[in-house]
Design a protein around this ligand. Structure first.
Ligand SMILES: Cc1cc2nc3c(=O)[nH]c(=O)nc-3n(C[C@H](O)[C@H](O)[C@H](O)COP(=O)(O)OP(=O)(O)OC[C@H]3O[C@@H](n4cnc5c(N)ncnc54)[C@H](O)[C@@H]3O)c2cc1C
Length: 430
């Protein structure tokens, strides 16, 4: 019997555990270890922070899901991994594994900019979104200037655009838009870069929408400090605010760093098969994985790791473990990292497609990329949230009809057979 541990019950970990359960059959053990008792659909946190929906709408109890779908469940924060002894350590448990999937998301590097996370809000975790929501409700009463954006090194920009444009729509709805000056401050070299350079149509659509909504934009912005009432840039410019929301840079989980499994930022270096470059029985999935930003921007930015990319990685990791265990025939699979992202912008939205997100390292080109605008994007996004939560309740990872839909509607493929690599073919004896 193979023992597989999945660390993290988020957008990567839970689908990975379901796919493993499906591929391995009941003769093998799949254990889910996560510090939070709840699964959170993180993309929903923008709406939570703006008070549009309650947090509970985007959360599920992991213990219930695990019991229902045949997963062992351990609630605990992983503190260390010993990859040689093949052990995972939490505060009060030692767990042995034959295969390990690390899907522990990110930690927020707010400490690199003084005042960030103290005087500015973030919406990256459930508790941050709730704090942001309380302050937003107070702001709506008192008003002032609104400054939204991303800090240097951030790789996730979509939620900042969503927040600023939905906040603007809310201010208009309440008839107080003229009382609030709104500034969007980003390290991106241009509006709509999104960490994915050269996304066709993205600049035109996104920049013109911000301009039409009267939002002043600052690009190549290096925020060096956030003071109680203002944001300070490296070039000396300051922007006063009554409310500010900044997405910080991410880094990998502490246990990845202390276990010597990560790069300097604690992200996992993985092969295209999602196997750790030094340990063929350890896999990385989602935000925990190292993806280098190919664009050398004036202010450093990271690489976005979207929900769909995360799911593709989860699918490939589960498939490849099943090949190693012997319940699936070779070949190994690798994620294509082709991705579609729906961004809700008030009365309209923009769907961004990058196929793949990482351009070809030699030609710098993609198969295709595009951005479409319309209110339908918001309907699809709302429907997708419900669909995602439903499939998590039903114990489905990436079902065939979702893959087919993405292929037919958007021309996206999610995984492909991996190029043969000696390390990837190693079979672990269990
Ligand atoms: C505000 C926001 C909005 C977003 N909107 C979109 C969007 O609209 N579309 C899109 O495609 N992507 C979006 N993303 C990106 C998307 O949320 C991520 O790609 C996705 O959540 C990554 O999944 P993950 O499993 O890597 O991490 P997460 O979903 O964050 O899950 C990490 C899991 O690991 C657990 N964990 C962490 N540390 C430990 C530890 N030491 N021990 C045990 N467990 C641990 C956590 O409790 C959690 O269960 C958004 C991101 C943010 C922050």
């Amino acid at each position: 019997m193979a023992r597989v541990i999945v660390v993290g019950a988020g957008l990567g970990g839970l689908p990975a555990a379901y796919e493993l359960r499906h591929y391995l059959g009941r003769g093998h053990q799949v254990t889910l270890v996560s510090q939070s008792p709840k699964f959170t659909f993180i993309p929903g946190l923008v709406l939570v922070a703006l008070g549009h929906i309650p947090l509970e709408r985007v959360q599920l109890e992991v213990a219930t899901l695990a019991k229902r779908h045949g997963l062992e469940w351990v609630q605990g924060k992983v503190e260390r991994i010993d990859p040689k002894l093949q052990r995972v350590y939490t505060a009060d448990r030692v767990l042995d594994y034959d295969y390990l999937v690390i899907a522990s998301g990110s930690e927020l590097a707010t400490d690199v900019v003084p005042g960030a996370g103290v005087y500015s809000h973030s919406i990256c975790t459930p508790s941050h979104a709730l704090a942001a929501r309380t302050a937003w409700a107070e702001f709506l009463e008192q008003q002032g200037d609104l400054v939204v954006g991303a800090l240097p090194g951030a790789g996730c920009f979509g939620p900042a655009y969503e927040f600023v444009l939905m906040a603007e729509a809310e201010l208009r709805r309440r008839g107080i838009r003229d009382k609030v000056r709104i500034t969007f401050v980003t390290p991106e070299p241009y509006i709509g870069h999104l960490g994915i350079m050269g996304l066709q149509n993205a600049y035109e659509l996104t920049a013109s929408l911000l301009a039409r909504r009267g939002i002043y934009t600052v690009t190549n912005a290096e925020v060096v400090e956030i003071q109680p009432d203002r944001v300070v840039l490296a070039d000396g410019r300051t922007f006063k605010f009554g409310y500010s929301m900044f997405l910080p840079a991410f880094r990998g989980a502490e246990f990845v760093r202390v276990s010597g499994l990560g790069n300097a930022k604690g992200f996992l270096p993985v092969l295209p098969t999602m196997q750790h470059q030094d340990y063929s029985n350890i896999y990385g999935v989602g935000v925990a994985v190292q993806l280098d930003q190919p664009d050398k921007t004036p202010v450093p930015i990271g690489m976005p790791k979207s929900g769909q990319m995360t799911e593709e990685m989860a699918l490939a990791a589960a498939h490849n473990i099943a090949v190693q265990v012997g319940t699936l025939p070779p070949p190994f699979m690798e994620p294509t990292l082709e991705a579609l992202c729906f961004a809700e912008y008030g009365e309209t939205g923009i769907a961004y497609v990058a196929a793949p997100v990482m351009p070809d390292p030699v030609t710098g080109k993609r198969r295709y990329s595009f951005a479409w605008q319309g209110v339908w994007v918001n309907w699809v996004k709302a429907a997708f949230e419900r669909y995602f939560l439903l499939k998590m309740r039903l114990g489905l990872g990436l079902p065939w009809f979702e893959k087919l839909g993405l292929q037919v509607l958007f021309g996206l493929s999610l995984s492909r057979p991996a190029v043969q690599r000696p390390q990837a073919q190693e079979v672990i004896q269990v």
